[in-house]
Design a protein around this ligand. Structure first.
Ligand SMILES: [Zn+2]
Length: 447
């Protein structure tokens, strides 16, 4: 019952997450304001004849005050328009020194439309046979590695409707396969439309296109404990067979549904990458080596089911996933003195690399504290049921833990999560086998 009360309180705010945005800040133009994306439509064109890739975007956003809107996009935007009038987009700097984009025009409270174009150049490989390989892969341990690498995007606090219209021009009939966690329809012999669920954030969508038949794929279904039939696609390159991914997927789904409840995404898609490359989670999707598949699937519950609002809450899902990887240990004390895992700049977007090692220790300790009431897993099951498809912060996690357990965890959070940084010296805390740092060339090889 406890869960229900809080959910009702929160549901009125669903998807309008501006209260979770970082603080607005002053720039030489005037006040930079964070805004609420309502809908983003991206027209992505791959010209397979001239080997050029381009995106035309149209974003409807809401401002709640007067100011100069901020968002992000790494490739330089051109031909931008605000409410139909030409506008320039500049690069600006947040108070912590991090970079983002700012619209060089002041808006008032209300609904606005921002349009722009940009070139796509990352993770694309054209072939001589008028086909293309391209993927919008992301990373969360490094800064500016979400969708802003490819298309104009908001920050993780925001959930909004994303639609991608993908056209393969320079050819009458596209010979492409598309793998995605959105709803895919073919709209002409050479174009497709992908509609992503409205609860998605900038780190949720999965998109990968390859020349037709290049990957080995298996499509099958899984009957959830809810009774729902979940469509699943697993695929791999020539050196492997998706059969073992299918078996592992079924095994892990069974475990996760038993522990935390029904799968919460419309489908599941998984791409097997080379051994030793780790993986990355999307919402009901992953590109991952076989060894990290279970870890990435757990993230469809914590990371992309219950979702972090910012880099200061990213530690929670890595802590839970690593705690599971290590066999759900229970410890009377964490084996570190203190850390600032959740106490970086409010503009921080990436997860602290020590979240695996230190975070798992902290979860093992919480499990010890909660042992009389079913342990941490009992809490997490309820937390997931109540807050799946919503964006959360460390404060929200702490408040709910306290609400569930009746414990006062202020001292623990102030020591281990918002405390002094006493754990940065030990390099071993920064090594994670599941989310390895891989370079640009390695990513391109996976295409
Ligand atoms: Zn992880």
């Amino acid at each position: 019952m406890k869960w229900f009360l809080l959910s009702i309180l929160l549901s009125t705010q669903a998807l309008a997450n501006l209260h979770l945005a970082p603080p607005d800040f002053e720039t030489h133009l005037g006040k930079a304001i964070f805004v609420d994306f309502e809908k983003a439509e991206y027209n992505v064109t791959y010209n397979v004849l001239w080997k050029r890739s381009q995106v035309k975007s149209r974003i409807e956003f809401k401002a709640d005050k007067k100011g100069f809107p901020v968002f992000d996009l790494i490739p330089g935007p051109v031909r931008a328009k605000l409410n139909g009038k030409p506008v320039s987009i500049i690069q600006t700097t947040a108070p912590d020194g991090s970079k983002l984009r700012q619209v060089n025009a002041e808006v008032g409270p209300g609904l606005h439309v921002l349009e722009m174009e940009n070139k796509l150049s990352k993770n694309i490989r054209y072939s001589l046979r008028r086909t293309v390989s391209s993927a919008f892969w992301i990373r969360d341990l490094k800064y500016r590695k979400f969708l802003e690498q490819y298309i104009p995007s908001n920050f993780e606090f925001d959930q909004y409707q994303m639609i991608m219209n993908v056209t393969f021009s320079g050819i009458k009939k596209a010979r492409q396969d598309i793998y995605t966690n959105g709803e895919l329809t073919q709209t002409s012999p050479n174009s497709y439309r992908i509609v992503y669920p409205e609860y998605f954030t900038v780190s949720s969508p999965y998109f990968h296109t390859t020349p037709r038949g290049q990957k080995k794929r298996l499509d099958f279904t899984y009957k959830s404990i809810s009774g729902r039939i979940i469509p699943i696609t697993v695929y791999t390159s020539w050196w492997s067979h998706p059969r073992k991914f299918k078996l592992e997927t079924e095994k892990v789904l069974k475990e996760l549904e038993a522990d935390y409840g029904p799968w919460a995404h419309p489908s599941f898609v998984a791409y097997e990458t080379l051994p030793g490359t780790g993986g990355m989670e999307h919402a009901g999707a992953t590109q991952t080596s076989f060894a990290a598949l279970d870890h990435e699937m757990l993230h469809s519950y914590f990371a992309k089911g219950v979702m972090p609002a910012n880099g200061n809450s990213g530690w929670i899902d890595e802590a839970i996933a690593s705690w599971r990887d290590k066999g759900y240990q229970r410890k009377p004390l964490p084996d570190f003195v203190s850390s600032n895992l959740g106490a970086h700049s409010p503009y921080q977007r990436n997860t602290d690399k020590r979240a695996y090692a230190l975070g798992a220790e902290f979860m093992a300790y919480l499990d010890y504290r909660l042992q009389d009431i079913g342990g941490l897993k009992a809490f997490l099951k309820g937390y997931f049921q109540a807050y799946k498809h919503t964006v959360i912060t460390t404060e929200h996690f702490k408040n709910n833990l306290e609400f569930f357990s009746g414990l006062d965890l202020t001292h623990d959070f102030e020591t281990y999560i918002w405390g002094e940084n006493k754990s940065s010296e030990d390099e071993s805390y920064e090594v994670s086998p599941v989310h390895k740092e891989i370079n640009h060339n390695q990513l391109e090889m996976m295409l």
